[in-house]
Design a protein around this ligand. Structure first.
Ligand SMILES: *[C@@H]1O[C@H](CO)[C@@H](O)[C@H](O)[C@H]1NC(C)=O
Ligand SMILES: *[C@@H]1O[C@H](CO)[C@@H](O)[C@H](O)[C@H]1NC(C)=O
Length: 334
C-alpha cells in the first residue's frame, strides 16, 4: 500500500513537473539560439570589439586591423565581437559578393585574429541582402564568420546576448530617404520586436552568468552624431536594468566612448571606430557619466574573469586611450 502511494506520488510529481515545463515556464526552453565558447582554460577571457568597419581597408580600416592583430596577440584573444555595419555602404549584394573577402577576410588577416567573429547586423547591412550575411555559406568562405540576428554566446565567465537593433529604429520605416531595407523575416515588425524583447528578457532572467553583456549595433546612450536611440531607451534599456546587465556594447556612432550610469552599474561602451570616423560633432554629456570620448578610429579590448573585468580602448597606433575596470565578489549573487 505504501509502495503504491509512493509510485502514485512520483507519478503525480512527474505530471506536475511536465506541466510546469510545458505551460508555466515555456520560455525556459530558450528561444534565442545559444552558442558555446568556453575560452582559454588559463587566464581571463579576452576579446576585441570593433564596429562600423567594412570599407575594403580604406579610411584607416587596415590600420585598425593591424593594431587589432598586435593587441590580439598580446592578449591571446578568444574571439572578436563586431557591433555591426559590417559592409559599407549597402551590406552585401549576396553570398558571393567579393566585398566579403575585400572588407573582412583580407583585412583582418593577422594570425591572432583567426578566431571566431561574432557579428550583428547594422543598418547599413540591412540596405543590402541581409540574409546573405546570415547565411552559413559565408562560413564556408571564411570559417571565422558567425552572424545571426539575435543570439547568445555562453563563455565560462560571461554570457553575451546579441540583439538585432536595426528593426527597432522608427526612422528606417517612416522616412527611409532613398535607401531600401531588407525587411524579409522581420515583418510584421511589432511581432518581431515583441519576440526579440520577450526572448531576451527570459534569457537574461534565467542566466546565472557572473557578467552579462548585451551587444547591439545602435546606441542606447551616446554623445556622438546619432546620439541616444529613443526606441532602445524605451524598449531595451528597462530590460537590461531589470536584469542587472553589466555592459551594453554598440557601434553606430563612429567613435570610441564610455558612458556610465548614475543609477545602475550598467556601462555603455561604443566601439564604432573600425573605419570612417572623425565626424567632429559631439554633444554635451554629464561629466559624471562621460568617462571617455574619442572621435576617431580604433577598437576596444575586454578581459574578463569571474571577479573582474578590464576594458581598454586603443587608437590606430596602439596607444591606450582609456582604461577602466570593475570587480565583483566571487560569491555575490547578482
Ligand atoms: C587616419 O588616422 C590618422 C591618425 O589618427 C588621422 O589623422 C587621419 O585623418 C585618418 N584618416 C582617415 C581617412 O580617416
Ligand atoms: C533622393 O535622390 C534624389 C536623386 O538622386 C535626390 O535629388 C534627393 O535629394 C534624394 N532625397 C533624399 C531625401 O535623400
Amino acid at each position: 500500500m505504501a509502495f503504491m502511494k509512493k509510485v502514485n506520488f512520483f507519478f503525480q510529481l512527474n505530471i506536475l513537473v511536465t506541466f510546469l515545463f510545458l505551460f508555466v515556464f515555456p520560455a525556459s526552453t530558450g528561444e534565442l539560439q545559444r552558442l558555446k565558447h568556453p575560452g582559454n582554460t588559463d587566464g581571463p577571457l579576452s576579446i576585441l570589439v570593433v564596429g562600423d568597419w567594412g570599407r575594403r581597408g580604406t579610411y584607416n580600416q587596415s590600420h585598425v586591423a593591424h593594431q587589432m592583430g598586435i593587441i590580439g596577440e598580446e592578449l591571446n584573444i578568444d574571439f572578436v565581437v563586431s557591433t555591426g555595419d559590417n559592409f559599407y555602404d549597402n551590406g552585401l549584394t549576396g553570398v558571393d559578393d567579393p566585398a566579403f573577402e575585400e572588407s573582412f577576410t583580407n583585412v583582418y588577416n593577422a594570425p591572432s585574429l583567426q578566431k571566431t567573429w561574432y557579428n550583428v547586423l547594422g543598418n547599413h547591412d540591412y540596405r543590402g541582402d541581409a540574409l546573405a550575411q546570415l547565411s552559413p555559406i559565408l562560413k564556408q568562405r571564411d570559417s571565422r564568420w558567425i552572424c545571426l540576428r539575435s543570439y547568445i554566446v555562453n563563455t565560462d565567465v560571461a554570457e553575451f546576448f546579441f540583439v538585432d537593433t536595426t528593426p527597432f529604429q522608427d526612422m528606417y520605416f517612416t522616412t527611409p530617404k532613398n535607401h531600401t531595407y531588407d525587411w524579409r523575416d522581420i515583418l510584421p515588425r511589432q511581432n518581431y520586436l515583441f519576440e526579440v524583447l520577450k526572448d531576451l528578457d527570459s534569457a537574461l532572467r534565467e542566466s546565472n552568468a557572473k557578467w552579462k553583456i548585451v551587444v547591439g549595433h545602435h546606441t542606447i546612450k551616446s554623445a556622438g552624431h546619432h546620439g541616444n536611440s529613443v526606441e532602445l531607451e524605451l524598449q531595451l534599456l528597462p530590460i537590461l536594468q531589470a536584469n542587472n546587465v553589466d555592459f551594453y556594447l554598440n557601434g553606430h556612432d563612429h567613435c570610441l566612448e564610455h558612458i556610465s550610469s548614475a543609477d545602475s552599474p550598467l556601462q555603455f561602451l561604443t566601439s564604432g571606430g573600425g573605419s570612417k570616423s572623425w565626424r567632429g560633432d559631439v554633444n554635451w554629456w554629464n561629466p559624471n557619466e562621460m568617462k571617455f570620448y574619442y572621435d576617431g578610429q580604433g577598437f576596444m579590448a575586454m578581459q574578463i574573469t569571474q571577479t573582474q573585468v578590464w576594458i581598454q580602448f586603443f587608437d590606430i597606433f596602439g596607444n591606450i586611450l582609456h582604461k577602466w575596470s570593475a570587480s565583483k565578489n566571487l560569491y555575490s549573487i547578482m
